[in-house]
Design a protein around this ligand. Structure first.
Ligand code: UDP
Ligand code: MG
Length: 324
């Protein structure tokens, strides 16, 4: 087993209008952190970092009060609501300077915090990323469960690597966070990126519970937008599909040509019909193929614009480590 000094842990919690949930969640997280410190699992300097994502209620005042009462609380306030993924990035960026590991978790504590010590254990065993994975989600509504399942299946089909039933509850080492921060894209779908970093990963499993208080901050519209971001940020398959349909149309046009010729020679073709029916299929095919070709170029431009890192160094020998 790889022995390391006890790591400094920052638990990063994005909060948007969480006045009902935050005080209860904080009490639980602070208690867990104290226990982990006294059990010598993490370092004394560990902290809870709350990110206020431009809340319209008094979430920030609550965070300020918690920070005044407890030296282990830190806060970051975003100037306006920037969305869960951006809030999480802001928190990780702020935390990474001060800690060895981060754990990101939602403010409603639907994810079981008692597995955090297990995550730290895996980190000490040499993992850079530890995913929290839901075993079952009975407490979510039928609708949320089904749409989420369909989404994961669609993502898999589109070739986007995500961990099924893993949201944004995960431990990341310092170097994994630094690697993630190298992804400068605006349409963030963090759970799609972390699987691409290439570091050693592991999963811990838990049962998802109901929201501690307040209501979901992910209404249907935000959920759909998030899903579209996830797909279009990672997959060129939809564009290629247009091209494939175009080729299919071209094939149909050929069959139609044979059909029309047969009909013509058998004297069953009404005058004017052959040229019209052939034009419809051929023009349709060329338009779609044209769109597919343009799509390929747009896709290339998109990949360039995202400016993602080309590689991520795991380790070096005979050189000073590039990232620690
Ligand atoms: N959240 C955020 N900004 C937003 C929406 C949500 O920071 O614009 C936070 C929210 O406070 C919570 C987490 O993201 O900590 C997940 O939201 P929620 O639990 O409401 O989503 P659900 O579990 O219903 O999908
Ligand atoms: Mg939730």
């Amino acid at each position: 087993m790889l022995m390391k000094n006890n790591p400094v842990l920052y638990i990063v919690v994005p909060c948007f209008n969480e006045r009902e949930a935050l005080p209860q969640s904080h009490a639980k997280l602070a208690k867990l952190m104290d226990e982990m410190i006294s059990q010598d699992i993490i370092a004394q300097e560990s902290k809870l970092l709350y990110v206020d994502d431009g809340s319209r209620d008094d979430t920030w005042e609550i965070i300020e009060r918690l920070a005044a009462e407890n030296g282990r609380v830190a806060g970051v306030k975003l100037a306006c609501n920037s969305g869960h993924q951006n809030a999480l990035m802001a928190g990780l960026a702020a935390a990474v300077e001060h800690c060895d590991i981060t754990v990101s978790i939602d403010a409603d504590l639907q994810d079981d915090i008692t597995v955090i010590p297990k995550m730290v254990e895996r980190y000490k065993d040499g993992c850079d990323i530890v995913f929290g994975v839901r075993k079952e989600r009975k407490t979510d509504t039928w609708f949320k469960r089904t749409t989420a399942n369909m989404f994961y299946r669609l993502m898999k089909w589109l070739g986007v690597s995500t961990i099924e039933n893993h949201a944004d509850y995960r431990l990341m080492s310092r170097r994994a966070v630094l690697a993630l921060l190298d992804y400068k894209e605006r349409n963030l779908f963090i759970r799609g990126i972390v699987t691409k970093l290439g570091y050693k990963t592991d999963c811990v499993y838990y049962n998802r519970s109901a929201r501690i208080a307040g209501e979901s901050k992910y209404p249907f519209k935000k959920m759909v937008n998030f899903a579209i971001d996830g797909i279009t940020s990672f997959s060129m398959k939809p564009v290629r599909l247009v091209m494939q349909v175009g080729l299919l149309f071209l094939f149909i046009a050929l069959i139609m040509l044979i059909y029309v010729l047969c009909a013509y020679f058998m004297g069953r073709a009404v005058s004017g019909w052959p040229s019209i029916i052939l034009s419809i299929w051929l023009v349709g095919a060329f338009v779609l193929i044209g769109l597919g070709i343009i799509g390929e170029y747009v896709g290339k431009i998109y990949t360039e614009v995202k400016n993602r890192p080309r590689y991520n160094i795991d380790t070096t020998v005979g050189l000073e480590s590039v990232k620690s």
